[in-house]
Design a binder for this molecule. Structure first.
Ligand SMILES: Nc1nc2c(ncn2[C@@H]2O[C@H](COP(=O)(O)OP(=O)(O)OP(=O)(O)O)[C@@H](O)[C@H]2O)c(=O)[nH]1
Ligand SMILES: [Mg+2]
Length: 210
């Protein structure tokens, strides 16, 4: 688990993908996850072609790693997965040169984060980048007459509504929800909001079931 402020993000390390090895477990994980960190070894002269191989192998099972989702998709069988490229071993003497090749090949496709895992240099930036790519917001809940629970936010896709928050709190809540009060962005404290109200990061909601 990776902590980002008050949120925990699950990271799953996978076996490698090579020209002659793609474990089906790895490709199904890539398809099911919220985002992929594509790790590149800046100490490896073949880092560009190895990375291309990984992308091709996944594309072979209809899994496309992308920096941003395409606007139009003509093949419904294709799975697009948000990805950041993580260029590791930046302290290697030739890392700078290889990074240039990596940028040339991939900067138009993925955000690129450079770091050195061994020394820990720039690892904090990866933490932020991984959280940002998930594109989620944190919403806190409170019970009527009680202070808000500021320890355990619900994380929801950006743009989620009160109804979606209710569904995350409890499956039935999405149906039984009668009204909601909100503290946070764009509302006065405790304002009643409709079910389709869009939530913002840091909002506090009080849900009332019928
Ligand atoms: N110099 C240096 N070595 C590193 C760095 N990060 C990882 N290593 C070393 O690189 C080697 C491979 O690291 P792993 O974490 O096993 O790499 P991996 O990509 O998971 O390897 P597979 O699981 O076989 O795909 C280990 O000996 C690490 O100690 C780094 O930033 N700098
Ligand atoms: Mg490994």
């Amino acid at each position: 688990m990776m902590d980002w402020k008050d949120v925990r993000v699950q990271l799953i390390d996978t076996p490698p993908i090579t020209a002659d090895m793609l474990d089906p477990v790895v490709s199904s994980m890539a398809r099911a996850c919220d985002a992929v960190a594509l790790v590149v070894d800046l100490a490896d002269d073949d880092c560009v072609s190895n990375t291309e191989t990984v992308l091709e192998k996944l594309a072979g099972v209809k899994t496309r790693l992308v920096g941003t989702f395409p606007e139009v998709v003509d093949d419904p069988g294709l799975e697009f997965v948000k990805t950041i490229l993580v260029a590791n071993k930046s302290a290697d003497p030739d890392a700078e040169v290889r990074l240039e090749f990596i940028r040339e090949a991939f900067a138009n496709r993925f955000p690129i984060i450079t770091l050195d895992a061994e020394s820990g240099k720039d690892v904090e930036a990866l933490r932020d980048a991984l959280y940002q790519i998930l594109d989620v917001i944190r919403v806190y809940t409170k019970r009527p007459g009680k202070p808000a629970d500021m320890e355990n936010p619900f994380t929801l896709p950006r743009g989620s509504t009160i109804t979606e928050l209710a569904g995350a709190v409890h499956k039935e809540m999405a149906e039984t929800l009668k009204s909601a009060k909100l503290w946070g962005t764009g509302v006065t404290d405790g304002q009643s909001v409709p079910r389709d109200h869009s939530l913002h990061d840091g909002d506090i909601a009080e849900l009332h079931a019928g």
